[in-house]
Write a protein that binds this ligand. Structure first.
Ligand code: FPP
Length: 287
């Protein structure tokens, strides 16, 4: 069962799957999956570009460039298995504030060229591109290309690729609380009536289900201010692999791992529920 707390569930029914287009190695993993229990939404913290480059005595920017190649490979595998939502953490607010200007400028140029070079392939793969984050603070020439790519892929009804750009989960919550407070003041809503659903409705992700699976590359066990509200019940998968080495097959491995998990959302599984005998009153001894 697909469950999502505090927001309406968005189930998308996608066109026929293109599993036959997976590589033979990918197909071998896909055959182990239960197609009825594929995640609806996978979100990825792409990490390790710099270390990938460092291990090869290359400049960091070459790691980012190789990372952009991985993005397209992973997007295409996602589209072949009909993954409805794929969200990639491509540029955080903290990256914007704390990285050297030269690296930030390079990432902005890389994003533009990624969009220009890949929109046609997105259309071939029925992928629609979207964005979350304080994107209005990005350079105007980047915003123009982002809008162009979003419009060029808007008719596609396959995988929605959402790039988190100039994104931070805490600032998303600040933006949501401000919008909600404005709405509440306008409608005269009493504060006690504000619910989880009201907060979800004002997040950048209001239109999508929460991620079922969050993947982080490069072996770091951190969430780095990514989708903090939305990942309340996500399964987390960490791989040692650096992002520039991550391919579609590794996405499928992460999904296979996800399918071996049991999601309980704070409840019990069926066996635990049926084993549970009433607890005798005498068990709790008053002090
Ligand atoms: C982390 O590597 C990754 C990023 C800063 C953001 C991800 C960017 C890309 C994958 C490249 C371009 C993306 C698109 C969509 C065109 P890091 O520099 O933090 O690596 P490190 O921790 O090894 O230093």
């Amino acid at each position: 069962m697909l469950r999502s707390y505090g927001k309406a569930i968005v189930l998308r029914f996608l066109p026929t799957s293109r599993v036959a287009e997976l590589s033979p190695e990918e197909q071998a993993i896909y055959r182990q999956l239960d197609p009825a229990r594929l995640p609806q939404h996978v979100a990825i913290i792409m990490d390790g570009n710099g270390r990938w480059a460092g291990k090869r005595s290359l400049k960091r920017f070459l790691g980012h460039q190789q990372g952009a190649e991985s993005v397209q490979f992973v997007v295409e595998t996602a589209s072949r298995i009909n993954l409805p939502w794929l969200t990639l953490y491509a540029f955080s607010l903290e990256n914007n504030l704390r990285r050297p200007k030269t690296e930030v400028n390079f990432l902005m140029r890389l994003l533009r060229s990624y969009l220009v070079d890949n929109v046609e392939r997105m259309n071939d793969n029925n992928v629609r591109i979207a964005y979350i984050g304080r994107t209005h603070e990005l350079p105007s020439e980047v915003q123009e290309k982002m809008q162009w790519a979003a419009e060029a892929t808007a008719p596609n009804n396959g995988t929605v690729l959402t790039l988190a750009l100039n994104y931070g989960a805490r600032s998303e919550l600040v933006d949501a609380v401000q919008a909600l407070a404005r709405e509440a003041a306008g409608k005269g809503t009493t504060l006690e009536n504000i619910s989880e659903a009201d907060i979800s409705r004002h997040l950048y992700t209001a239109h999508m289900p929460d991620p079922d699976l969050v993947v982080r590359t490069s072996g770091e066990f951190r969430v780095s201010n990514f989708l903090l509200w939305q990942m309340a019940y996500s399964e987390i998968y960490v791989t040692e692999r650096f992002w520039p080495d991550f391919r579609g097959i590794h996405l499928l491995e992460a999904i296979a791992d996800y399918q071996r998990r049991e999601r309980r959302y704070g409840g019990l599984n069926k066996r635990q529920e049926s084993d549970e005998a009433p607890i005798p009153d005498s068990f709790l001894v008053p002090r």
